[in-house]
Design a protein around this ligand. Sequence first.
Ligand code: SF4
Length: 351
Amino acid sequence: MKRRKTINVKVGSVVIGSNSPVVIQSMTKVHTTDIARCIKQINQLVESGCQLVRIAVPTSADTAAFAKIVQKVKVPLIADIHFSPQRAIEAIEAGAAKIRINPGNIKNRSDILRIIDAAKLNRTAIRVGVNEASIRDLKKKDIPQTKRVALMLSEMKKYIRIFEGRRFNQIVLSAKSSDTVRTIEINRLLAETFDYPIHIGLTHAGLPQDAQIPSAVAIGTLLAEGIGDTIRVSVAGEPVKEVEIAKQILISLKMLENKGPEIIVCPTCGRAEVNVVKLAEKIKKLMKDVPKPLNIAVMGCIVNGPGEAKDADLAVCAAKGKAFLYLRGQKLAVVKESEILTELKKYLNKL
Ligand code: SF4
């Protein structure tokens, strides 16, 4: 997929920009002063595939905790700053690889310049994150969509001018909204206007079951247009879920290699000869630890099953009381329904 050309922004050991793969990030969801839990969550995120972790630092006790956490983890950390320029400087000096500031709540020019100078000195990148909900002029409900998007862009332009005046270019941009269409539109404008990398995602997207489709639509549409260099899927709940969804989006766009097994299941219909969902769930469990990108198809009948499953590494096509197993389109065996899992396991081991 062709990416929009950007400059490179160094965030510790990670580079964000069009020359690097899209970076997955997430955020811790425990109090930063609870250092042990925070480190545990960071390690879980890294294990699940997260490459940058953001941490909230609302108080000086949090930046003090941040300084200790930075020493104990390998992943570059981002400090999330709101309202307080002092917190930004403390986080930079504590070793943040990047900080996120919000033009909606740090507005004083001399404060912004102090932050930029500290970032320059410590080689810290800065995300300028415009958030629709924090722009005063956008708090009224009846503002038309085009005006909303234009106001977000103008807020970003004003802010970026200060950075450029100070000759600081280690900037990542983001403009977030909880509205999918507005998120797509404002990011298209950012991409047309600037050559800095863009962080994309919806804000306040909701519970995982409600958030994943709007997030996938917004992030997927932009990535398919070449826009977006780092992504965060915001969902309420466990942060690892955010990383799982982000990886699914990237895998489905072929922007990330799928290293584990993939299960393809027919939607089932009146021809199904077996409880397809139950069988698929059991097979999914069986394949959980397979360390290979194998495709397994589970089909409810032999009418369309073999044809639909011909691209799979292994396919199970159910018939009355039995199932046909296929290996890359070739019939392998006919097994009793009760023996499907045992037989499948045998062939999985061979593969
Ligand atoms: Fe229906 Fe068979 Fe297709 Fe499944 S594979 S959707 S059961 S026709």
